[in-house]
Design a protein around this ligand. Structure first.
Ligand code: NDP
Ligand code: OXD
Length: 309
């Protein structure tokens, strides 16, 4: 049997030598060189086109080459009976935490304002708090959220986390569910979203949510673009309810050239690079997933398609 590897051409160029060297006995089919679809029993995929997985009659396992599986589950034809495993790689988690810490610090230290002052040749000081006086709320307090939260806390930030299920995480105020969302928003001067995209999180960051924040709060979205209602964010920036936004993920990626975020003075745009898949470290995780699957062992990081993550 064979393993389909489907990702962007650039990612495939990185994966190909690693996979073939690590598992020379395996028959890898690198997209678009599929061969006979009936040969394929396992698939390593990132954002496969709708219908691709459903067309593989002998498929038994789907491994996502990223942490978020929305690109797989969104396909209405995706074979829901098959196990789906997502990538949980500490290297990626570290990368996400670096991104979050960097962006929270620049918001906290008013970097956008000082850059604007520099461009205008203006020398004046702005009132500045210390991190312990800056409440940060992390929406999506899972693998990445808790790691980033710990690193922000080490810098002194007053961090709280919001998740779907109630949990106790020593050292953090935690919130869950709809009431918990209002409560965490009400206390957060900087909100970081690391939510997966699911039915419940789609459009969650909308005008209503922005209105719950303290006036002038800032937002970092590195979860998924469709969790945030982009026109509502533009309106909240316009009114001053939101003072700044750092966005790594968008409704449409790449971000269209006429999208106002590109040129908005209070928005930082990054091209979905907060935590990229790192084949050199992910390889061991993928190999271990195959081993568990073939040995009939429980699969680590298995996704629940009903839950959506
Ligand atoms: P996890 O599954 O470990 O954590 C997800 C968290 O979100 C959990 O705490 C979960 O709650 C919470 N959550 C899910 N649904 C809801 C809901 N309806 N209400 C409240 N909380 C909810 O995922 P990771 O931390 O590994 O990754 C998070 C996401 O980050 C990925 O799904 C992906 O979208 C994004 N990502 C972005 C990258 C980038 O480069 N921009 C790179 C990698 C990931 P509970 O704990 O109760 O289950
Ligand atoms: C991921 C991502 O989910 O890169 O891994 O967004």
């Amino acid at each position: 049997m064979a393993i389909l590897v489907r990702s962007s051409p650039a990612a495939l160029a990185r994966w190909r030598p690693l996979l073939t060297a690590a598992m020379p006995e395996r028959d890898f089919r690198f997209w678009p060189e599929l061969g006979d679809p009936a040969d394929i029993d396992m698939a390593l995929v990132w954002q496969p086109e709708p219908g691709l997985l459903a067309g593989l009659a002998n498929l038994r396992l789907i491994v996502c080459l990223g942490a978020g599986v929305d690109g797989i589950l969104a396909d209405p034809t995706f074979p829901r009976h098959l196990p789906v495993v997502r990538l949980v790689d500490p290297y990626m988690t570290d990368a996400m935490s670096e991104y979050v810490v960097f962006q929270v610090l620049r918001l906290h230290r008013q970097d956008l304002d000082y850059l604007a002052q520099q461009r205008a040749g203006e020398w004046h000081e702005r009132a500045q708090k210390n991190a312990c006086e800056r409440p940060v709320g992390i929406l999506g307090f899972g693998t990445m959220g808790q790691d980033a939260g710990g690193k922000l806390k080490a810098l002194g930030f007053d961090v709280a986390g919001w998740s779907r299920t109630a949990k106790e995480v020593p050292g953090f105020a935690t919130y869950a569910g709809a009431d918990g969302l209002d409560a965490i928003l009400a206390r957060s001067e900087i909100v970081v979203s690391l939510l997966p995209l699911t039915r419940e999180t789609t459009g969650l960051l909308d005008a209503r949510a922005f209105a719950r924040l303290p006036r002038g709060a800032a937002i970092v979205n590195a979860g998924r673009g469709r969790s945030l209602v982009e026109p509502d964010l533009l309106a909240a920036l316009e009114s001053g309810q939101i003072s700044a936004a750092v966005l790594d993920v968008f409704h449409t990626e790449p971000l269209p050239s006429d999208q106002p975020f590109w040129r908005h003075p209070r928005v930082v745009v990054t091209p979905h690079i907060a935590a990229e898949t790192h084949p050199a470290t992910a390889l061991r995780i993928v190999t271990e997933t195959f081993r568990c699957f073939e040995a009939g062992l429980p699969l680590p990081n298995r996704v629940d398609p009903e839950r959506g993550y």
